[in-house]
Design a protein around this ligand. Structure first.
Ligand code: PNS
Length: 163
């Protein structure tokens, strides 16, 4: 039986840390859906459609597109998306104790809601300090974000006027 996993997130924008988690999830599971979800508690930099495009480009450039689907989800619970596509696992990257505290209640609620388990992956230590919020801040102030993001994202941010 094949296992479908969902890697959800704001991906605003996708970072090398995200890409590492996506790549490892794609090795662990038969099919991986990378799902861009609007997080109302964060102020967004990029439109959802642009985040999807950048994810697709980054995944293609990394040569890992084989068993990965990129999409977005904006209506209802994330577990509803999982159920719709037959996914039984959520995958999240955990960089720190803070991430674990943030993710644990969501993992418990998602399991209670629909029996969907969450698998936590530890990041490559090289990416442990990388976050989308750091990238947003540096990019908005005109700094170089190329060490933290896939080249498609660095190129897009360099040519885009940011708020
Ligand atoms: O990258 P982020 O912002 O940390 O991702 C958080 C996200 C979008 C995965 C999380 O907010 C989420 O799962 N939202 C979907 C709404 C939902 O299903 N909520 C109830 C269970 S937590």
């Amino acid at each position: 039986m094949s296992t479908v996993a969902v890697v959800p997130g704001s991906f605003d924008p996708v970072t090398l840390g995200h890409l590492d988690v996506i790549e490892r999830a794609a090795r662990l599971f038969d099919e991986v859906h990378v799902v861009v979800v609007h997080n109302p508690s964060k102020s967004a930099l990029l439109p959802i459609a642009q985040r999807v495009t950048l994810l697709e480009q980054a995944i293609a450039q990394a040569g890992i597109a084989g068993n990965i689907v990129v999409t977005s989800w904006s209506v209802g619970l994330l577990v509803d998306y999982c159920t719709d596509v037959g996914a039984t696992v959520l995958v999240k990257g955990i960089r720190s104790q803070m991430d674990l505290s943030y993710e644990t209640p969501m993992a418990i609620v998602n399991r209670n809601l629909a029996g969907i388990d969450t698998v936590f992956l530890l990041p490559d230590p090289a990416n442990a300090h990388v976050s989308s919020s750091l990238v947003r801040q540096v990019a908005s102030l005109g700094g170089d974000v190329s060490p933290y993001v896939p080249s498609a994202v660095a190129e897009y941010l360099a040519k885009t006027e940011l708020p």
